[in-house]
Design a protein around this ligand. Structure first.
Ligand code: COA
Length: 370
């Protein structure tokens, strides 16, 4: 029997602090008009000092679980797609697992830059389809503000912080993620990278002095690549799913630049209104951009049960990919007050469990005589 992966919960979390183009014009040599006309971005959200990739990811995941009417204990798998992980290791997904108290879940990070959320959806769907897993949390989360050089006008105006999450659940009913594509071309790895802090250029005084711990980008080359692959990946996934392009209800593209989305719409011969666009309010939140856009589109009634939607993204690597989704379940959300309170209790229990496990480890190491 074919198993499908349905999206039964979705959630997002963005920091409260907003940085406008006007604010940026006071920080670097740029103007409100330049940023808006070249990118379509008006403002972006920036994490407070106490917010991190894991905390935003956990908040988004809780929203998605609440809507799905599931507890963290029912989750088998957590994948966090991120370009700005909490650490190189442990995986941000493990920190999220601990904070949620998802005691039965395996957890790992997935690195495919801005295409990461689509890659993670594909991986989770396959793991559900083959029968090993029932429910997975797929999260895209970023605090790019921590790895952007705030003195480099060519990059700092583009990015923002945030997180988005989906809960996937196995079902025998046709729907959910119907087809996907994943592509890569490492020959373009130098076009968009964070050069230092890994094994090639371990962090040193020199790497910091040269600013190699910040995002480095060849904007025009990435732009050219993006406009090409957005079109090819959208066409490819519709072919794979056997659905005509004109029968697609919505396209949710990676939110990097309005001009890239407009060019893709033109090349595909589709009206821009069919595309979900919120880059003006969030900038490029990398792996979080597609799930955040989906959450807002569902909330605004732009994605409805029965709709066929294409998610399409591109990013560093180079990577690109797409997913065809039939939006079947309208969210089973148990929004009742008792369910929300129960969820709050689970949150406290998860925190207590984490402390107890740490205390147990300390006591054991005190008595342990190897
Ligand atoms: N404010 C004012 N001027 C700026 C600027 C800024 N924030 N950033 C760059 N400029 C200047 C450049 O220095 C250049 O000046 P010059 O002609 O005197 O050398 C001029 O603007 C044009 O630069 P260019 O890079 O050619 O601009 P562009 O029209 O290609 O737009 C991007 C730049 C970054 C907006 C565009 O290339 C882009 O969106 N690329 C894709 C980036 C992306 O999506 N990355 C993430 C992928 S997941």
């Amino acid at each position: 029997m074919t198993r499908y992966a349905h999206i039964v919960g979705w959630g997002m979390s963005v920091p409260r602090r907003v940085l406008t183009n006007g604010d940026l014009a006071q920080m670097v040599d740029t103007s409100e008009d330049w940023i808006l006309s070249r990118t379509g971005i008006r403002e972006r959200h920036i994490a407070e000092p106490d917010q991190t990739t894991a905390s935003l990811a956990t908040d988004a995941a809780r929203q998605a679980l609440l809507l799905a009417g599931l507890t963290p204990l029912q989750i088998d798998l957590i994948i966090v797609a991120t370009s700005s992980p909490e650490h190189i290791f442990p995986a941000t997904a493990c920190l999220v697992q601990d904070r949620l108290g998802a005691t039965h879940a395996g957890a790992f990070d997935l690195s495919a830059a801005c295409t990461g959320f689509i890659y993670a959806l594909a991986v989770a769907t396959q793991m559900i389809a083959t029968g090993g897993y029932e429910r997975a949390l797929v999260i895209g989360a970023e605090t790019l503000s921590r790895i952007v050089n705030w003195q480099d006008r060519a990059t700092c105006v583009l990015f923002g912080d945030g997180a988005g999450a989906f809960v996937l659940q196995a079902s025998a009913q046709e729907g959910g993620l119907l087809a996907h594509t994943m592509h890569s071309d490492g020959s373009g790895g130098d076009l968009l990278s964070l050069p230092a802090g890994g094994s090639r250029f371990p962090t040193s005084k020199e790497t910091v002095e040269k600013g190699l711990h910040y995002v480095s980008m060849n904007g025009p080359e990435v732009y050219r690549f993006a406009t090409r692959v957005m079109v090819s990946a959208t066409r490819e996934v519709t072919r794979k799913a056997g659905i005509r392009l004109r029968d697609i209800d919505r396209i949710v593209p990676h939110q990097a630049n309005l001009r890239i989305i407009e060019m893709a719409a033109k090349s595909l011969g589709l009206p821009l209104e069919r595309f979900v666009v919120n880059v003006d309010r969030y900038g490029n939140t990398s792996t979080a951009s597609i799930p955040i856009a989906v959450c807002e589109a569902v909330e605004a009634g732009k994605i409805k049960p029965g709709n066929r939607i294409v998610l399409v993204g591109f990013g560093a690597g180079l990577t690109w990919g797409s997913a065809m989704i039939e939006w079947v379940i309208a969210g089973q959300g148990r929004q009742a007050a008792w369910w929300r309170s129960g969820f709050f209790l689970l949150r406290i229990l998860a925190r207590m469990r984490s402390w107890l496990l740490q205390a147990q480890r300390r006591v054991e190491s005190f008595f342990w005589r190897g």
